[in-house]
Design a protein around this ligand. Structure first.
Ligand SMILES: Cc1cc2nc3c(=O)[nH]c(=O)nc-3n(C[C@H](O)[C@H](O)[C@H](O)COP(=O)(O)OP(=O)(O)OC[C@H]3O[C@@H](n4cnc5c(N)ncnc54)[C@H](O)[C@@H]3O)c2cc1C
Length: 469
């Protein structure tokens, strides 16, 4: 059979890949997408979406426990973990099949199978029926990433879980250890702790959520500890002794080193959330001369790999490992290939969100990083307790913090912890994209009563003009 020929072949149907395919098709390219497992990638099937569905169940459970505070009654509040998981899987399935519909609507050829790159401009696909050969001038790698496994801490799906096991738990943990306090670790810690697991988080860095502004990390930690979590910072899990029952479950003894001393603690479940590694293996990248940095493909600001016609977008192209970064890169590459002149992505303008309770969200430089970069800064802060809507919602804990360049008024960074901040952060993202200054932000009128008023107040505070605190 002669090789099918396309203008663009995308490998991987996660947010980086499927969005790239859609934009390419919109711009008139003949596009094929190859996917080995599931439309929507990790994001829709095992990442962003199913975790948010589970966290929503935890949030409602938490609120039901607080019913009395709101003048309501909710007796015998409980949960059915299987039903929580079933809802999460249902939400993931709905969105994954939605991607299939989008492919059809945009007349994109979908090939289910494992792709390799046998030569420049060629893609081999191993499908159920055999191997197909495809050709295209442009090939976009969007093969994503998977959980990092550390020696001795490898997941077994019984006692030690990755995020996939934690989304399909074989049981409810009673004593849970979460290794790693990035977004993934903290979201699972928050979920299981809210449902009643005695939860310990171990973080090797000097604070949890280490990429966030130090004040935000500290406030989040205070809330987690109040909710009953144990947080061990500057600590490393050296070893896990596993004692399975053979029938599922058992005991794990964790050897945890902190301050030069090693202590042991017992758990029944461990979630390993120590980062991710790019899916770069078995593609044929070495043969093409693609440069790798550890487990990521090295690209320039336009996602070009250095091999003519070969691009890499999303998690395989390195940090930040976020779905919106992946899809934005996908759009940029499609536009470039179709002859457009898209702007490269500014990494500092990509917001990071963690959907724990309380939520955490940020964009741009932390205060520490802004100072280290040589900026003279003006910093504003506004606490949730000073905001009418936060009090009405029963969510008075949290803070909005802004960091401005004292010389130019540029908003260098914004950082938040508290209710709904993952929805609020986009206001500052748009502000930064439009290159607004402190003046513009101060003149903007924010609706009352909203949590967004705190975003206004945190700008005013940076210039000594906060009104409600
Ligand atoms: C638990 C968890 C929670 C997360 N929460 C968030 C969040 O709230 N917000 C956020 O922005 N990000 C979140 N992320 C990160 C987000 O999921 C990723 O950044 C995003 O999925 C990356 O998209 P991608 O297109 O690069 O790759 P992926 O989504 O990983 O998709 C890659 C696809 O390529 C396919 N593939 C791989 N190799 C081949 C091959 N050889 N042939 C054919 N197909 C192949 C895979 O099957 C997969 O479907 C989360 C991640 C996890 C694990």
């Amino acid at each position: 059979m002669p090789a099918q020929s396309f203008d663009m072949i995308v490998i991987g149907a996660g947010p980086g890949g499927y969005v790239c395919a859609i934009r390419g098709a919109q711009l008139g390219l003949k596009v094929a997408i190859v996917e080995r497992e599931h439309m929507g990638g990790i994001c829709l099937n095992w990442g962003c979406i199913p975790t948010k569905a589970m966290l929503r169940s935890a949030e409602v459970f938490h609120l039901m426990h607080r019913a009395k505070e709101f003048g309501l009654s909710a007796d015998k509040v409980g949960y059915d973990l299987d039903a929580v998981v079933k809802r999460s899987r249902g939400v993931a399935k709905q969105l994954s099949s939605g991607v299939g519909h989008l492919m059809k609507k945009n007349k994109i050829t979908v090939i289910m199978g494992e792709a390799t790159l046998p030569a420049k401009g060629k893609v081999g696909v191993k499908t159920e029926k055999g191997t197909e050969e495809l050709t295209a001038k442009t090939i976009v790698l969007a093969t994503g990433a998977r959980a990092r496994e550390l020696p001795g801490l490898e997941a077994d799906g019984d006692l030690v879980w990755t995020y996939k096991h934690a989304l399909l738990p074989p049981r409810m943990p009673k004593k849970l250890l979460v290794i790693g306090s990035g977004a993934i670790g903290i979201e699972f810690a928050s979920f299981y702790n809210t449902l009643g697991a005695e939860t310990t988080v171990v973080e090797v860095m000097d604070r949890i959520l280490p990429v966030e502004d130090a004040e935000i990390s500290a406030l989040a930690k205070k809330q987690f500890v109040k909710q009953g979590m144990t947080i061990l910072e500057k600590a490393t899990v050296k070893k896990l002794d596993r004692a399975p029952t053979g029938k599922g479950g058992g005991k794990i003894t964790a050897h945890i080193e902190a301050g030069g001393k090693t202590e042991t603690r017992e758990f029944d479940t461990v979630i390993s959330a120590v980062g991710i590694v790019g899916n770069v293996e078995n593609l044929g990248l070495e043969g093409l001369g693609v440069k790798l940095d550890r487990t990521h493909v090295v690209t320039d600001e336009y996602c070009r790999t250095g091999v003519e016609g070969l691009y890499a977008v999303g998690d395989i192209a390195g940090a930040p490992w976020l779905a919106h970064k992946a899809s934005h890169e996908g759009v940029m590459v499609a536009e470039l290939v179709a002859g457009g002149h898209p702007h490269p992505i500014k990494p500092n303008s990509i917001a990071g969100c963690t959907y724990c309770h309380p939520q955490v969200a940020s964009v741009g430089l932390t205060e520490e990083k802004a100072k280290a970069a040589g900026y003279q800064v003006k910093v504003g802060r506004f606490p949730f307790i000073g905001n009418g809507k936060a009090i009405a919602l029963g969510e008075p804990e949290g803070m909005v913090k802004t960091v401005f360049d004292a010389k130019t008024g540029e908003l260098l960074g914004a950082h938040m912890v508290g209710a709904e901040v993952t929805e609020l952060i986009q206001g500052y993202v748009v502000g930064r994209a439009l290159e607004t200054t402190e003046e513009d932000l101060m003149h903007a009128v924010f609706p009352h009563p909203t949590l967004s008023e705190m975003m206004h107040e945190a700008v005013l505070d940076a210039y000594g003009r906060a009104l409600h605190f």
